[in-house]
Ligand binder design. Structure first.
Ligand code: OAD
Length: 231
């Protein structure tokens, strides 16, 4: 089976109703990204940050995967597929995909401020000030914030290097190290970039740019890729 690696960003979840980061005048759900998605923001106002992610978790509970998430899961019938996502939602999982690397963490998990290895599923429950691990450390969202290392990056880079086909969907490619992942793919790997505002990447070989919303562009490309194997 050929390997397809899919790199996704906020744009793939936009048609499910989750706002992207940079399509709204620099505000994310009415907050400055640095206030709610940076380690400095957490130190300054942990309650604001907890409330913000409690709201995001609450919103996710009633949000559904869209045509793009669902189409990607269909690729698994004929390809070995791994999704590397910058998104903290669980819409790829709920859309039926089975191999997913979350580069920036997961909304439905909590970690401890005193022990980064302490990670628990919390589903859609809140985290509040005073919620602690067994050793008394305050819990926080399991999210990689600006100013923090990206522990899954090395694994993601190794996986990307194995791609026969690379799909890049709904990301502004502005946040590193995630934005540099595509450069780990081989020059021979066929690459597709799907984003209504995609800009050509001069230094990336074998790249097809598809300027469409994910909900339209991804199902069309998935059908094309499935047909290639069936022929
Ligand atoms: P951005 O908000 O930077 O970019 C979203 C991209 O999605 C843009 O290129 C849009 O053109 C595109 N887009 C919008 N609607 C779309 C649709 N219907 N279909 C396809 N594409 C669409 O989001 P990311 O690139 O994911 O990190 O941002 C990267 C990281 O920055 C995030 O993971 C987050 C953020 O700060 C952390 O929170 C650590």
């Amino acid at each position: 089976m050929k390997k397809i690696i899919v790199l996704t960003g906020a744009g793939i979840s936009a048609e499910s109703g989750i706002k992207t980061f940079r399509d709204n005048d620099g505000l994310w759900e009415n907050h400055r990204v640095e206030d709610v998605a940076s380690i400095d923001g957490w130190y300054k106002n942990p309650e604001l940050v907890l409330n913000f992610y409690n709201e995001r978790r609450h919103q996710l509970e009633t949000t559904q995967p869209n045509a793009a998430h669902l189409a990607l899961s269909k690729l698994e019938s004929l390809y070995d597929v791994t999704i590397i996502t910058q998104n903290v939602d669980n819409l790829h999982e709920r859309g039926g995909s089975s191999q997913i690397v979350h580069l920036h963490g997961e909304l439905t998990k909590a970690t401890s401020t005193g022990n980064a290895n302490w990670v628990r599923d919390i589903g859609y429950k809140e985290i509040n000030i005073g919620d602690c691990d067994e050793q008394g450390y305050q819990l926080r969202p399991f999210i990689v914030w600006f100013g923090e290392a990206v522990p899954e990056f090395e694994k993601a880079a190794k996986i990307t290097a194995t791609a026969d086909i690379l799909l890049i969907i709904g990301t502004s490619l502005l946040v590193y190290p995630a934005a540099g992942l595509m450069h780990y793919a081989s020059p021979h790997c066929a690459k597709y970039l799907i984003d209504p505002k995609a800009v050509p990447q001069d230094n990336v070989s074998n790249l097809t740019v598809i300027r469409k919303n994910a909900g339209e562009g991804v199902p069309l490309l998935v059908e094309e890729l499935l047909n290639k194997v069936k022929q």
